[in-house]
Unconditional design. Structure first.
Length: 300
């Protein structure tokens, strides 16, 4: 009977150790040949990501450039998130070749791990967007005072420094306990996004003076924020729910089910986010205005 030395137990489908059968290296897909369903699902989503995400993100970048004279405070974060997702959406052909045809010792994995590191950090930009909208709705006075400051540019620079440093370390694939950094970053970003959007929904649900029903302006904003919250849960809850509990799974379950399933939903956000932007007009929606403005409209 052949002995298969599978991946290391580190949390990362993007960082496979050498897989060998009888001393010969095999591919990631061959390592899961008895349970390939989730890997097939993962690759299908990645190619949907590519064909839908690249034009959608490029359209977002074009619209942001075209409307830069009438931009919202969150546009700088949306811009850089679209740039990051555009680059990530380019990798499925190389990823398919590496997973299905090339062994885990191939140098292509260094390139892929760098791009995976970029994507792992994308929730940081999403957290900045959610925090910006949270301040606009819940703390409008502070938001107005800070609106024209350069702190958003500083935040973008810091996020890019963290992202590039994280991707560079992930590319090396030999840092002990590095998966804990990813888990901590994912949990923190998910908590921030969840808190901000739930708080915005609660604020928008409060009716204006003398009104028993929500004003149509608030109702549209409430619906849009609710959709955003639902998509955040859809994309980020699977890895948040699965990855911290890796010790409860066998190595086969981790590498053939848990990791590809969690990252499939996480990576799919690269096309969902720009499509949502294009369909809902995120920069100009009422939830990005101050709470006082919304209450004033409700009282009219």
């Amino acid at each position: 009977m052949e002995i298969i030395n599978f991946y290391s137990s580190d949390l990362d489908i993007h960082k496979p150790s050498n897989i060998s059968v009888g001393g010969g290296d095999i591919t990631v897909f061959e390592g899961c040949k008895d349970m390939p369903e989730v890997w097939i699902f993962y690759l299908i989503l990645q190619f949907i990501n590519m064909f839908l995400g690249i034009p959608a993100n490029l359209m977002v970048l074009w619209l942001l450039h075209k409307n830069k004279g009438d931009s919202s405070s969150s546009d700088i974060f949306i811009l850089h998130l679209a740039i990051l997702d555009t680059f990530f959406c380019l990798i499925p052909p190389l990823e398919l070749a590496s997973i299905v045809f090339l062994s885990t010792t191939s140098t292509t994995w260094y390139i892929l791990r760098f791009f995976y590191g970029l994507k792992d950090s994308s929730p940081l930009f999403l957290s900045c967007i959610c925090l910006d909208r949270y301040m606009a709705v819940l703390h409008p006075i502070t938001f107005t005072e800070l609106k024209d400051r350069s702190h958003r540019t500083v935040c973008v620079a810091v996020v890019w420094l963290v992202t590039l440093a994280y991707a560079a370390v992930k590319c090396m694939a030999n840092t002990p306990n590095f998966e804990k950094v990813f888990i901590a970053m994912m949990l923190a970003a998910f908590a921030i996004m969840l808190f901000c959007n739930v708080a915005i929904l609660h604020a928008l649900q409060q009716s204006g003076p003398g009104r028993d029903e929500m004003h149509p302006v608030k109702k549209r904003a409430f619906k849009m924020v609710f959709i955003i919250l639902a998509l955040i849960v859809f994309n980020y809850f699977p890895p948040v729910a699965l990855f911290p509990f890796q010790e409860y799974f066998t190595l086969d379950e981790l590498n053939c089910y848990v990791y590809p399933l969690g990252f499939a939903f996480l990576d799919f956000s690269s096309c969902i986010q720009p499509v949502l932007y294009l369909s809902r007009g995120i920069p100009s929606v009422p939830c990005c205005r101050s709470k006082e403005v919304l209450d004033q409209k409700s009282g009219e």
